[in-house]
Design a protein around this ligand. Structure first.
Ligand code: SF4
Length: 502
């Protein structure tokens, strides 16, 4: 069994006299967020949050994926034996294996002294850990063979950052073997292969490296820009979010993307209030009238802490029924598993929660049938949920576990996606349109402040490993709170849409 590779971030420099060791992980961070790479190097460690459970889980999954590829496709691999901390010994061993002509090298390291900073004379070292080096015919300084890098990733698509890393490894290879490899390969989730065109990606890698070194040499802190997708798992999130709030930063306005942010800056708009109360015409010229108006109204909602109807909509009746159902799912995408189907049944003053929980993945079909039995008890009750995922899951489970007598079209016809409704009908004073943000704004609090969809997935994993019921209880409580938050949102929407639409 191969040794699992730890995260390779050896910055700050492990060798006296070096300005900076540029590793693959630092470069990856830089590609994802320049500010994160900067803070990882120069940030105040006391502001850094512990790594999220979900990231640890992702890393473990990635290691399992690598092991599977190794065992099934490259069982003959060889591996440097020096400890990971001793990168010099590791690079020497890697080069020795390459000189011997080893067919496949796993966990090798390659380095290159990469010039120095003119102003200070400090040296720069590039250090990469290509997951696999695969021998192929060609030329190198050792003879009629050479190596190409092969990276293994969990993603489904060949993302640009994977290609930049592959080009980084190809660059290190060309320096070490005296020949640029003809290509670099990626193995993605489910074993799909992808060839990286180095003619396109080597120049991009040099640009990224040059930008990165400039940022580090100048020690210039990149501006904060909050993006929910990018920041939500980052260990600098609290720090950056606090800064963005203190600056009333425009990235806190939903709809302000990096390119729109640039346009706003060109128009001299720096804060949320300036966007809210600025003259509309220059903005409309830059962004188009519809988008300019939308962003201004969103900013106004935040500054004045009040919601608006979207201009173009008329009254929007939400169904009201003696019995209403509020539905939320906990799912594990990695296993393609829906392990909890939660339903809050609201009947007048009575609120009853049902959490149909698969204690092991094989029980998914069972909980689906129990869920359907509950739906059949209330055949006309509307089903409210907060994302497309719930309706999509009904389709998936109906296909996977055929249920005699199920009228899927009818069931789907009872579903109301409140996320879709709120984002098309209202502009709310929130920084994003997640259920958590909306419900918090309405005064709803989750009982467990640490709970989230990602964390629920980690708890489920921990339950499967430890069989400790505490994890299941936390998942069920979180799911119940999600259902209650959905109910709270529906209450508000109902009154807001009817009063404003009248
Ligand atoms: S929280 Fe966001 S802006 Fe800050 S470092 Fe992380 S990814 Fe970058």
């Amino acid at each position: 069994m191969a040794t699992a590779l730890p995260a390779m971030d050896v910055s700050p420099s492990p060798t006296p006299g070096l300005l900076q060791v540029v590793t693959d992980l630092l470069l990856l961070d830089y590609r994802r967020c320049q500010r994160r790479a900067y803070l990882n190097r120069f940030g105040d460690e006391s502001e850094r949050e512990p790594e999220r459970d979900f990231l640890i889980k992702l890393r473990q999954e990635s290691q399992r994926h690598i092991q599977t590829v190794l065992q099934t496709e490259y069982p003959q691999y060889r591996q440097p034996q020096a400890p990971r901390e001793d990168y010099q010994a590791q690079t020497e061993e890697t080069l020795a294996l390459m000189a011997q002509g080893a067919e496949v090298i796993y966990g090798g390291r390659l380095s290159q002294a990469f010039g120095e900073v003119a102003a200070t004379g400090e040296k720069i070292l590039l250090l990469g850990a290509p997951p696999l080096l695969v021998k192929q015919t060609g030329h190198s300084r050792w003879g009629d063979w050479q190596y190409r890098p092969l990276s293994i990733h969990l993603g489904r698509r060949p993302k640009p950052e994977y290609k930049i890393l592959a080009a980084f490894y190809a660059h290190l290879l060309s320096h070490n073997q005296g020949q640029t490899p003809a290509g670099a390969d990626l193995i993605l989730r489910q074993g799909n292969r992808f060839r990286v065109d180095l003619r396109e990606w080597l120049p991009r890698f040099y640009d990224a490296l040059s930008d990165y070194l400039t940022t580090l040499c100048e020690q210039r802190e990149p501006e904060v820009f909050i993006s929910r997708q990018r920041c939500h798992l980052c260990h600098w999130q609290s720090h950056c979010y606090g800064l963005a709030q203190s600056q009333k930063h425009l990235s806190l306005v939903p709809g302000v993307t990096p390119s729109r942010y640039e346009s706003l800056q060109k128009a001299g708009i720096e804060t949320i209030a300036q966007l809210a109360y600025g003259a509309p015409d220059p903005l409309a010229d830059l962004l188009g009238p519809a988008l300019a108006r939308q962003l201004q109204r969103q900013a106004l909602a935040l500054v004045e802490k009040r919601p608006f109807r979207r201009q173009h909509t008329r009254s929007f009746p939400l169904p009201q029924a003696p019995v209403e159902l509020y539905f939320d799912i906990e799912a594990e995408p990695e296993r393609n598993l829906d392990y909890l189907l939660g339903v809050l049944v609201v009947e007048g003053e009575s609120h009853r929660f049902y959490g149909f929980l698969a204690e092991n993945p094989e029980q998914e079909g069972e909980i689906w049938q129990t869920f359907l039995a509950l739906m059949a008890q209330y055949p006309t009750a509307p089903i409210f949920h907060f994302s497309e995922y719930e309706a999509e899951t009904l389709k998936r489970l109906a296909k996977l576990y055929p249920s005699p007598g199920l009228d899927l079209r009818r069931l789907l016809g009872r579903c109301w996606d409140l996320h879709q409704i709120v984002t098309t009908q209202a502009i709310c004073p929130v920084e994003n349109y997640s259920l958590k943000s909306l419900a918090n704004w309405l005064g709803f609090q989750w009982r467990d402040g640490a709970a989230s969809g990602d964390q629920s997935v980690c708890w489920y994993d921990q339950w499967l490993t430890t069989q400790n019921y505490v994890y299941l209880e936390r998942i069920v409580q979180y799911n119940e709170d999600d259902c209650r938050a959905t109910w709270r949102l529906k209450q508000w929407l109902e009154s807001f849409l009817s009063s404003e639409g009248a």
